[in-house]
Design a protein around this ligand. Sequence first.
Ligand SMILES: *Cc1c(COP(=O)(O)O)cnc(C)c1O
Length: 389
Amino acid sequence: MKNSYLDGQYRLMAPGPVPVSESVRQALALPMIHHRTPEFEAIFQRVLKNLKPVFATEQPVMILPTTGSGGMEAAIVNVFSPGDHILAIVSGKFGERWAEMARVYGLKVHELKVKNGSAVEPAEVAALLKSHPEIKGVMTQACETSTATWHPIQELAAIVKAKSDCLFLVDGITAVGCAPLPMDDWGLDVLVAGSQKAFTLPTGLSFVALSKKSWAFNQTARCPRYYLDLLAEKKANEKGQTNFSSSVSLIRGLDVFLKEALGCGLVGIQKRCAQLAEATRQAAQDLKLCVFSQSPSPSVTAIALPPTLDGDKLRVHIEKQYNVTVMGGQDELKGKILRIGHMGAISNRDQLATIEALGRSLIDFKFALTEEDVRRAVENCAKFLESKA
Ligand SMILES: *Cc1c(COP(=O)(O)O)cnc(C)c1O
């Protein structure tokens, strides 16, 4: 194909980990300093302050040296006690994981299973809370990354808020930063984010904030906790320190990311995710494929594959042949979807190369598509992104 965007360069287009910007990588590469130094403490104070507008909260946002799952576990153990009843909205892999963690800590988990690719129906949650008044918490993903599905968080928050003895816990790991999710305004009680998704950093940090209501629950929460004790973390943070050794390099990277993100008022990143998502949905259509989710996310798009295509083989081919990493599906969705991420330092060229690699791979796999179709899909994508620049 003439004017190919496939220049041999490696492209990471997964929904986490994501490509890290040059400025953040430079911060990560700086010589090591000790965490108990005025230099680091100044950075740490600034980062704690700058995280608040990203979560849109007045409450402290805590940084844990764990992957996102550590933040999810911290959320549970700091507000609940063994035997507490909770409602877990399970719409995919990450919903399953959170429900499983709650069971490990002895919670009584009521699961609301949602069909893969569908958003949860708020009325069903309201009905379950009515028929089970013993429920003390509702947990959901904002975006269920395994199916690239966005849930109606504001509506759910309004339902849970009306129940004074119940918390609303949100896994916002592929949501915080990608779309508005104002914690205080909407009344989210626990909000979790992770470094390798919208925060455009390597894997290794999670971020957790608790509402006033959650801190009140914290006083009587009896789940065992030591490393993930958020009250101890908060007290250390108030003295300008972390409870354990600080992840100096990652926090320095975070400092650069937050300065840049706040510099563009956060909307820059949100708009970029939404535009890449829209461009990808359009490209799927141009390549004669369908978007999998009924409620597509701005942070990741899942493309449904026809049964005649083996998605796992196609995914590997895209990587081996064209040097582009996208993700496949897991469990029931194994081989049936491809997931393309929209978070991180993704250039227009990266996006166009990905669409081209997908289109060419489809042709390589004898899918009914012409070179001309692929050229048009890439051209449409380029025009769309240019019009938004
Ligand atoms: C990535 C992700 C997680 C956390 O995964 P880790 O591998 O522990 O970082 C949790 N929830 C969602 C929705 C995710 O996308």
